[in-house]
Design a protein around this ligand. Structure first.
Ligand code: HDE
Length: 700
């Protein structure tokens, strides 16, 4: 094989190696002069990275081969324990920009100056599955934000759902054990659809509000970019006068909310298990930086005392109609990590990381979390110096006397490693600048009690349900039915229905009917009579909070040889104007030849590009192309699924046979592309994302 002298070739085959050897067996100079010399971790140059050191060509390997020993040793230790929850995640860098000074409410430096930017790192995650599980699990999504403020790191370790399953941290191990794979059989992976999970929640009525959210479309988001984030707990802001204002944090995506349907999620997991990762990667690489507004709900003690529910109860929300969220800044994600492990895997979020001016409330879940997250980092990252890892290190100066321990990178310099000292050396505490807790009056008996004010488990679950559109309510019923259909123990299914009767009778009856439960069980005993007077809140529905445009979305364009290349170009230009993208799906790798002889490059072959990967589809084929595609199950599925998932479909006349074969009936979601006006009408409809009116017809 000819080899260009001076060129490094990383993919040197064993065959090439033999060719590269001289008759004496010594390796020729494969790496050129301009390449860096490979070294061991100790910096020693390496002469041969292809063969271990042996006695003779076919003899035993020598243990003195320190290069081999070091390389294999390091490889054997590449893994660190995955997170016990939120193991599968994906992160990005960006910044937070403050809108206006919030000095009136908080002395936190990050909120003092309008327009100031603070570096940020965000990690999104699923909760139940392990690191290698798929993205479209029905699950809560973690939404953890690290702000590298001038006063140390502030972590808002939130979820895309504003409430939680449990009210007290002591129940967390039980919840997590129950939702993860069952311990004897080690399945199911990344799914709550099994006996143990539903056994636990059906015995834990405080979970019911969260269950409504997790069974809603919130748990199958279309993209990280189209979901909200919530701090969940009530926190405090403290101003320079130490005055306290309660605060709840909400991240609102600029691109609006969007989810997929369950049948689609299941198929996406097969077609592209990394669907959410790829989406974020693609958007950031394309310069289409996702953005969220940080909103705060601010309230005082008087409101807290008068509110229907306890503001310390993490299974409750304060509806946005009751306290309007105030936008205080924006978060922009504009850079992917250089290395997934170094940054996304090693990032250590901790609820207890708050700057001066932000403080905790007594929410018992938050209090437990403040204790837990330090432990988890010690276990995962292997020692107390995990703050020395660049992704976790503050970007502001640090001065302290902590020293030594595994992998210590920053150690005190000089003689003084304690204080007070007589050497006039080292940092000192600062009563004014330093973190001060809110001096609340706390007293009472030492007890293990759940407050009475936490006892209403159904009223807000019902409020969530009645705030959804009819289609969204149907999705909740379908999700409950699906999940409980996987539960093998009848008594658990019935127990769940008895809870649903306290939430919405119609919902309970639908689910019971689908589960084949003939006699409805009696309502679960409620500690407090559930209320049905809480008004619907539009903010709780995804459908009512969709995007204003089709920006950030993607159309899959199925093409064939002989298709109208001009039309494909026009569609692409119009989508670009809207801020959307398209991807060509072709019968063969490489693309197709348009009728005018130009090549249209394919991004996906039809087998690898099913319509579930797109927000809408277009079918631009020739008559002969359609005749060929009609014979292919993948092409028929492409169309049938797009229709069943209520997507908008644009097509040329020649594609009609494909639609007929896929069982598609004409409706207002299907657009014949005759002129440029048709493209405009198609894109305008796409802004609605889905034609939900079709759903009753397709009966997913
Ligand atoms: Fe977590 N949680 N959690 N959690 N959590 C972890 O910390 C824990 C809870 C959340 O991307 C762990 O670093 C307890 C609520 C996110 O790295 C662990 C309790 C909310 C992430 C832990 C809760 C969250 C975690 C596992 C009940 C939403 C991923 C790995 C008291 C507000 C952060 C780790 C990332 C991760 C404990 C409940 C959000 C074990 C004890 C409520 C987004 O420390």
């Amino acid at each position: 094989m000819a080899r260009t002298p001076g060129k490094t070739d990383n993919a040197v085959s064993i065959h090439d190696q033999k060719l590269a050897r001289g008759s004496g067996g010594e390796l020729h100079q494969i790496a050129g002069n301009d390449a860096e010399v490979l070294t061991t971790a100790q910096g020693g140059p390496v002469s041969d990275d292809q063969n271990t050191l042996k006695i003779g060509e076919r003899g035993p390997t020598l243990i003195e081969d320190f290069h081999f020993r070091e390389k294999i040793f390091h490889f054997d230790h590449e893994r660190i324990p995955e997170r016990v929850v939120h193991a599968r995640g994906y992160g990005a860098h960006g910044y937070f920009e403050t809108y206006e000074s919030l000095a009136k409410y908080t002395r936190a430096d990050v909120f003092q100056r309008a327009g100031e930017r603070t570096p940020a790192f965000v990690r999104f995650s699923t909760v139940a599955g392990s690191k290698g599980s798929f993205d479209l699990a029905r699950d809560v999504r973690g939404f953890a934000v690290k702000l590298y403020t001038n006063e140390g790191n502030w972590d808002i370790v939130g979820n895309n759902i504003p409430v939680f399953f449990i009210q007290d941290a002591i129940k967390f191990p039980d919840l997590v054990h129950a939702v993860k794979e069952e311990p004897d059989r080690a399945f199911p992976q990344a799914q709550s659809a099994h006996d143990n999970f539903w056994d636990f929640v059906s015995l834990t009525p405080e979970s019911m509000h969260m269950i409504m959210w997790v069974m809603s479309d919130r748990a199958i988001p279309r993209s990280f970019r189209f979901m909200e984030g919530f701090g969940v707990h009530t926190f405090r802001f403290l101003n320079a006068q130490d005055e306290s204002t309660f605060v709840k944090f909400i991240w609102k995506p600029k691109l609006g909310l969007q989810s997929v349907v369950w049948n689609e999620a299941v198929k996406i997991n097969g077609a592209d298990p990394d669907f959410h990762r790829r989406d974020l990667w693609d958007a950031i690489q394309a310069g289409d930086f996702p953005e969220w507004e940080l909103c705060v709900q601010l309230f005082d003690q008087e409101f807290a005392d008068s509110f229907d529910f306890d503001i310390l109860d993490p299974t409750k929300i304060i509806p946005e109609e009751v306290i309007e969220p105030m936008p205080v800044g924006r978060l922009v994600l504009d850079r992917m990590p250089d290395n997934f492990f170094a940054e996304t895997e090693q990032v250590a979020f901790m609820t207890q990381n708050v700057p001066p001016g932000v403080d905790f409330s007594n929410d018992p879940l938050l209090q437990g979390r403040n204790f837990s997250y330090l432990d988890t980092q010690l276990k995962r990252l292997g020692g107390p110096n995990f703050t020395h890892i660049p992704i976790n290190a503050p970007k502001c100066p640090m001065h302290h006397f902590q020293q030594d321990g595994h992998m210590a990178m920053h150690n005190p310099v000089g003689r003084a490693n304690y204080q007070p000292n007589s050497w006039r050396s080292g940092p000192r505490e600062h009563p004014k600048k330093g973190f001060r807790s809110f001096t609340d009056d706390e007293e009472g008996q030492k007890v293990r009690l759940r407050p009475e004010s936490f006892a209403d488990h159904y009223s807000q679950a019902r409020q969530f349900f009645v705030s959804q559109t009819v289609n969204e309510q149907k999705h909740i019923a379908m999700a409950l039915t699906f999940e409980l259909s996987k539960v093998e123990t009848p008594v658990i299914r019935e127990r769940m229905v008895s809870h649903l009767l306290n939430i919405d009778e119609g919902l309970a009856e639908t689910v019971a009917e689908k589960l084949g439960i003939k006699d409805l069980p009696k309502k679960a005993d409620a500690a407090i009579e559930p209320r049905d007077d809480l008004p619907a809140s539009d903010a709780l529905s995804i459908a009512k909070n969709g995007p204003a445009s089709f920006k950030g979305r993607k159309v899959g364009v199925l093409v064939s040889d002989g298709c109208d290349g001009g039309l494909v170009n026009k569609l692409e230009a119009s989508l670009k104007k809207e801020g959307a993208t398209m991807e060509i799906v072709a019968p063969k790798v490489g693309g197709v030849e348009a009728s005018d002889g130009t090549l249209i490059e394919g991004k996906q072959m039809i087998d690898g590009g099913p319509s579930v990967l797109y927000d809408a589809v277009a079918i631009i084929v020739s008559t002969e192309g359609a005749e060929q595609l009609v014979k292919e199950a993948t092409a028929r599925d492409f169309v049938a699924d797009a229709f069943a998932h209520c997507k908008f479909i644009a097509l040329v006349d020649a594609a009609q046979s494909l639609l007929d074969k896929a069982g598609v009936e004409p409706d207002e979601g299907i657009f014949l592309l005759d002129s440029s006006n048709d493209i405009a009408a198609f894109i305008e409809s796409c802004r609605k994302l889905r034609l939900w009116a079709r759903e009753t017809k397709v009966k997913l």
